[in-house]
Structure formats: structure tokens, C-alpha cells
Design a protein around this ligand. Structure first.
Ligand SMILES: [Zn+2]
Length: 262
């Protein structure tokens, strides 16, 4: 199969408009970003799922084989602790005990320090990560599967989950709006969804340009600003529960949001 056959074209994930020619300066040949009239920034051409699964790694595995200085390792370790603590804090604050679905679960390591009142379930596009997560989730009564989210969400059944984690996930998803919509079917009425995505509106993106850490071609196919993230979750019929200034500081490369089904 030639390379061009392995590429999928998409319309704007936020407003569904096609023929967006407003190419941005940011790119990594052949992957490009466009800004739609509705202001959403996305990759109009993306690798097909099989190719993603086999040839491209998600950021969780991104630095696996890289030689890393001690200073960098310490910084990553501390950063990792903070990140997990924020997730842990939000889970404990909002979600009731029960089954929690982690979309883009990676190896499942983020559940290591999360309370036993939560049973982990996960979906990941990488076979190796999903297998690893499945091993550890099974010990806690849960499971992880390898598939595109749009295909498996309903298989978990109606009203199953007390919460969902979409951390470092929506920027990878080819169909983020459909996933948000379909996710509601498997959530309980009083469930909460915790979201974390890179903040395209961050000062760092403007200063660092193409070198900004939120760009990862071709893995990051969507780029959210506070405004476009809000519009997408509201259009998918969620109520925004937590999204204050400190969740999307312009000085931060990422933003956090908590939503619930309407
Ligand atoms: Zn649009």
C-alpha cells in the first residue's frame, strides 16, 4: 500500500466544515495544521488507525529509548508526581466509587497511586500499552482493550462508569466530538469526566513556535484553546463543572477541565 492510501482526510472536528485551506506556519512535512473559520486548529490529513497503531507511538512511549540527563529525569519525576496528584485530587473530589474509564490509558501506570474505591478500565490504541494496562487492571477487577474508542465505547454497556479520564487523549483522537458524544452512553448520570489537553493559547506556543511541546506530528491531530474546548464539550451536551482561570493559565502548556453529562 502506498503512503497516500494510508492517509485519511477529515473535516473540522468542531464545526464539520471541509475545504479548510488556511494552513498554519506549524508543520512537519508532510503533516500540516489548518485553522478553520470557527477557529479550531487541526490536522486535515492524518495517518489511518492501523498505521498509528503500528508505526507511530503515543507520547507515553515517546521518550522510551532516548538518553536522558539526570537533571531532566528529576524534573520529569517531580512533574509526574504533580500531574498524578492533580488527577488523584480531581477523581477524589468529583467521582463516586466504582468503575472508571481511562481513554488513552497507556500502560495504566497512572492508577498505581489511585484509591482502591476506583476500578480501572481502559482503552488504548497501542497494542503493547493496552496489554500492559490489562495485566494491571485485571488485578483490580477491571480491564483494558486495544481499539479506536469510537468502536468500543458502547461495548462497556449503559450507565457503567462513575467517571472517565481523558488525559493527554483528546489531542490524539481523530473523532473527538463523536467520542465525547458516545461516551455519555456508558457514563452514569452523576459521572464526571476529567480532561487534560495541551493549551494552544499558551504563551509558550507563541514564543517557541514549531518547537512547542504541544506539537507532535502526526500524533497530536487536534489543538484546543480554552474557547474551542468549551464549545466542543457544550456542543456534545456536557455541563462544565470546573474550568476556572487556574485551569487554563496562559503560562501553562496544558489545561484541565471537569465536565458532566447534561
Ligand atoms: Zn470548524
Amino acid at each position: 500500500m502506498s503512503d497516500s492510501q494510508k492517509i485519511k482526510k477529515r473535516t473540522c472536528p468542531l464545526c464539520n466544515k471541509s475545504n479548510n485551506n488556511n494552513y498554519l506556519y506549524y508543520e512537519s512535512n508532510p503533516w500540516k495544521l489548518v485553522q478553520c473559520e470557527c477557529s479550531f486548529v487541526y490536522m486535515p490529513e492524518v495517518p489511518v488507525f492501523e498505521r498509528m497503531k503500528n508505526e507511530f507511538s503515543w507520547e507515553r512511549n515517546f521518550n522510551k529509548n532516548e538518553t536522558v540527563s539526570i537533571k531532566k529525569r528529576v524534573r520529569r519525576f517531580v512533574k509526574g508526581l504533580l500531574k498524578r496528584d492533580k488527577l488523584k485530587y480531581l477523581l477524589n473530589t468529583f467521582c463516586k466509587s466504582g468503575d472508571i474509564l481511562d481513554i488513552g490509558c497507556g500502560s495504566g501506570a497512572k492508577f498505581d497511586n489511585i484509591s482502591d474505591i476506583f476500578t480501572p478500565f481502559g482503552i488504548d490504541i497501542s497494542e503493547e500499552s493496552a496489554r500492559e494496562a490489562n495485566e494491571s487492571f485485571k488485578k483490580r477487577g477491571g480491564e483494558a482493550v486495544c481499539a479506536p474508542s469510537t468502536e468500543v465505547l458502547d461495548k462497556f454497556g449503559k450507565n457503567k462508569f462513575s467517571g472517565a479520564i481523558l488525559r493527554a487523549y483528546l489531542e490524539h483522537e481523530h473523532e473527538p466530538f463523536e467520542v465525547l458524544k458516545n461516551l455519555k452512553y456508558t457514563l452514569k448520570n452523576d459521572a464526571y469526566v476529567i480532561i487534560k489537553v495541551p493549551n494552544y493559547a499558551s504563551v509558550n506556543r507563541i514564543v517557541r513556535g514549531n518547537k512547542w511541546c504541544g506539537f507532535r506530528f502526526p500524533d497530536h491531530v487536534n489543538q484546543f484553546t480554552p474557547k474551542t474546548l468549551l464549545r466542543m464539550v457544550r456542543d456534545a451536551n456536557y455541563k462544565v463543572v470546573k474550568f476556572n482561570f487556574f485551569d487554563y493559565l496562559p503560562t501553562s502548556d496544558n489545561m484541565w477541565m471537569v465536565i458532566k453529562p447534561k
